[in-house]
Design a protein around this ligand. Structure first.
Ligand code: GLP
Length: 235
């Protein structure tokens, strides 16, 4: 794994957006794997800005999101809504080419990704407990897209997007760890003091299903983006 320590989350966003923009410039039909949460927001802001400034079209780009909640009453809390609001509504992407796993399609989601040629670049965040997408500790490294029960710690962490813990869904559909590992290139964003333990675990190189992100040690093209302050705290 390559490690890149940058000044702050804005700089990380700029760097990853450059990767995305360069990829789309070279391959108009690029396939992107996208994450939700606060970590990728600066990346999406920077993609929107660069796409406008450099006249980069996303018309032929395909996007696969990592995960989606199950059983939401309020769809404004859905990851589809989040992506529309924070990225898709601001670039010229064809929304028919943007996919989310659902209770209807999850058994075919991996095949759908493969049918589009596989993911060229996957963007990941990380949960405080080391989850990637919604693959919680204990999840098999061989998992494909599936329904996952969320841990209390993940629901607690995501309460900030809801009015109360009770409103946070108990389940989500997520790309599996093996689905994620199929991507050609992976970037993982680890920023902010709450991710201290997760970063230490990842950098330890120990590979265990208790810490799902550790599967990334087995991938040949992963870059870990960390902010300077967080990095200093684990050195
Ligand atoms: C959720 C998402 C993950 C994301 C994680 C961290 O659980 N399913 O994909 O990486 O939150 O979110 P944040 O970036 O807001 O810390």
């Amino acid at each position: 794994m390559e490690l890149r320590v940058l000044q702050n989350s804005q700089e990380i966003g700029t760097e990853i957006a450059k990767k995305v923009i360069n990829l789309v410039k070279v391959n108009q039909k690029a396939v992107l794997g996208l994450a939700t949460g606060s970590s990728p927001l600066p990346t999406y802001e920077s993609i929107i800005k660069s796409a406008k400034q450099e006249y980069v079209s996303f018309k032929k780009v395909t996007c696969f999101n990592l995960d989606e909640y199950v059983g939401l009453n309020d769809m404004s809390k859905s990851y589809r809504f989040f992506m529309n609001e924070n990225l898709f509504d601001h670039i010229d992407i064809n929304k028919n080419n943007t996919f989310f796993p659902s209770t209807q399609n999850y058994l075919e989601y991996d095949e759908l990704i493969a049918s589009k040629g596989g993911i060229d670049l996957q963007i990941l965040g990380i949960g405080n407990n080391g989850h990637i997408a919604f693959n919680e500790p204990g999840c098999s490294f061989n998992s494909k897209t599936h329904i996952e029960e969320l841990t209390k710690s993940t629901r607690d962490a995501n309460t900030r997007f809801f009015n109360s813990l009770e409103e946070v869904p108990t389940h989500a559909i997520t790309m599996g760890l093996s689905t994620i590992m199929q991507a050609n290139e992976i970037v993982i964003i680890i920023t902010g003091s709450a991710k201290k333990e997760a970063l230490s675990m990842l950098l330890s190189g120990k590979i265990t299903t208790d810490f799902p992100a550790s599967v990334l040690n087995n991938h040949k093209n992963v870059c870990v983006f960390v902010d300077q302050e967080l990095y200093n705290s684990v050195k």
